[in-house]
Design a protein. Structure first.
Lengths: 112, 95
């Protein structure tokens, strides 16, 4: 699904003109981008959260030529999937993997 | 930023009612969740892609006790930010 398909679904479900749905969908993602640019954290309950992670400069290598290059410090947005969506995406595994899931989750959450 | 802020900005900038704005925001994330649940990816140009990936089972370790455990096969969601968003984040303070 891409953005125009999402816009079509929203227009249909909410019975608003496609043009208006397009404005709304664009505004949502623009607002989210702007929040991240400001350094704000985004938290959408049931979906997930976005937070910037800062990376220091490091010396990397061009994997093709082996040449050393210095990588400038940078910020990258990091998405952490929310509990509800995480479980829905992983739907089929729920019954078999409960014990390992919970232990993996607790070790994961301690990292954040 | 939360859903309430998104609702507020739709209400202010596009002129839907509060109720309509709230419904639209809810609908956007519900639609995305339904799509991802089906295993389908979502590409939002200028923002990024949400991709569902299948992970194979692997051995893991409880970092607290050192005990080895089997991590079952699972499906996970990853977000890949678009080039545009990455550039926007790094525009100031550099160069």
């Amino acid at each position: 699904m891409n953005k125009s398909e999402l816009i079509e679904v929203i227009a249909e479900k909410s019975k608003i003109p496609k043009k208006r749905a397009e404005e709304a969908v664009n505004l949502v993602f623009d607002s989210m981008s702007q929040a991240l640019v400001r350094g704000d954290r985004i938290e959408i309950r049931g979906f997930g959260s976005f937070v910037n992670r800062e990376y220091e400069s490091y010396t990397g290598r061009n994997p093709r030529t082996g040449e050393s290059i210095s990588v400038a410090p940078k910020k990258l947005p990091f998405f952490k999937v929310g509990k509800e969506l995480k479980e829905r995406v992983d739907g089929e595994e729920e019954a078999s993997g409960t014990t390992s899931t919970s232990s993996a989750e607790s070790s994961e959450s301690s990292n954040y | 930023m939360t859903k309430a802020d998104l609702v507020e900005s739709i209400y202010e900038k596009i002129g839907f009612s509060k109720k309509e704005s709230a419904d639209i925001v809810e609908m956007i994330f519900d639609t995305m969740k339904d799509t991802l649940e089906k295993g389908e990816k979502i590409k939002i140009s200028g923002f990024g892609n949400f991709v569902v990936r299948d992970k194979r089972p692997r051995m893991g370790r409880n970092p607290q006790t050192g005990q080895e455990i089997m991590i079952s096969a699972r499906r996970v969601l990853t977000f890949r930010p678009s080039q545009v968003l990455k550039q926007a984040l790094n525009r100031d303070g550099l160069s």
